[in-house]
Design a protein around this ligand. Structure first.
Ligand code: ATP
Ligand code: MG
Length: 331
């Protein structure tokens, strides 16, 4: 049976990096049915809707969604889509590749960010003139499911030879009630995973450790806003936005997208780095249970990066599609 994938190119370089990634996927020999759907600025200008009903239906009907980028309408598109698909775990691998300028050459961990609550609930108010508040929501239920997800991921990685450790980042010394609960639930869930090592750090210390000792981490789990900030910093330690993939995973759906946006400054020039989107497709293949194919693509990509056969952002002189071709040659 073919894997049914909803493909949303979106805006800007999404129209370049997604087709390049589809080429790589098609070259693997696996059977896919790609269902194309629209979202973002362009369809908004044409129809008044950034995320048309038809796109939502196609996303809900597919096994997975591969997403490029949305420009100014990003919040209306991707935040809404994550919500509709209830993808509660945002997964961002942080890994150094040979040939790419990284802080160290042995970085390999994954940040798991809670995707549904925290300060992203959007509960803000002006309670008096000049006095505003934002409500930080942390629930036992959402914390439990994100920790379980992190521990399951650590188990999977342990099978592949990783350490088998989960690090929880929080600010329980200041946010005594919300992160007090968060930390408590972390150690409660840890009881069910005695085979996995555990530790916890304050988010500010964690922010230093991803610079000073990034090689010691395996799975790092944290709340929504902390994860947002931590993961962009982490991407910076391993070559930047052109290389950073992400997965949004729930119990029923998976949505895979590069961390970068539509990059209007380079859109239409054919020079965007397709790596972040290709690595997002690798995460998608693992989600679909196609581990062998996922590993084949990652290995081919590793060779291409090591040889410096890259787009200009990494110092090479290839175009988006040429880089994809180099990967395809090595599949
Ligand atoms: P958006 O509002 O859609 O996020 P942006 O202007 O914030 O757009 P980003 O896509 O977030 O742009 O990119 C930030 C910077 O990183 C830009 O200068 C962009 O050119 C660069 N960049 C992002 N993605 C890539 C990529 N895949 N290849 C090369 N450079 C990239
Ligand atoms: Mg951006």
């Amino acid at each position: 049976m073919a894997h049914k994938i909803c493909v949303i190119e979106g805006d800007g370089i999404g129209k370049e990096v997604v087709p390049a990634t589809i080429k790589v996927l098609e070259a693997t020999g696996l059977d896919f049915e790609f269902i194309y759907a629209e979202a973002g600025d362009e369809v908004y200008k044409r129809t008044g809707k950034a995320l048309p009903e038809e796109t939502i239906e196609k996303a809900l009907e597919s096994e997975a969604v591969l997403f490029g980028a949305a420009g100014e309408t990003a919040a209306d598109v991707i935040v809404k889509l994550r919500h509709i698909l209830d993808t509660y775990a945002n997964v961002r691998p942080v890994k150094s590749y040979k040939g790419v300028k990284c802080l160290r050459d042995d970085i390999d961990y994954v940040i798991v960010r809670e995707n549904t609550e925290g300060l992203y609930k959007g509960i803000e108010a002006e309670i008096d003139e000049g006095i505003t508040t934002a409500t930080r929501v942390i629930t036992e239920k959402a914390s439990e499911r994100i920790f379980k997800f992190a521990f399951e991921l650590a188990r999977e990685r342990k099978k592949e030879g990783k350490e088998g450790k989960v690090t929880c980042a929080h600010k329980a010394n200041v946010l005594k009630v919300t992160d007090g609960l968060f930390k408590r639930v972390f150690y409660k869930v840890a009881q069910e995973y005695k085979d996995i090592k555990v530790e916890d750090y304050y988010i500010d210390a964690m922010n230093m450790y991803i610079i000073t000792k990034p090689h010691v981490f395996d799975v790092v789990v944290t709340s929504n806003l902390f994860g947002d900030i931590l993961s962009d910093g982490a991407a910076g330690t391993v070559g930047g936005l052109g290389l950073a993939p992400s997965a949004n995973i729930g119990d029923e759906h998976g949505l895979f997208e590069p961390v970068h946006g539509s990059a209007p400054d380079i859109a239409g020039k054919g020079i965007a780095n397709p790596t972040a989107t290709i690595l997002s497709a690798v995460l998608m293949l693992k989600y679909l249970g196609e581990h062998e194919t996922a590993n084949r693509i990652e290995k081919a990509l590793e060779e291409v990066l090591a040889l410096g056969l890259t787009t200009p952002d990494l110092g090479g002189n290839l175009k988006t599609f040429e880089m994809a071709e180099e990967i395809i040659k090595r599949l």
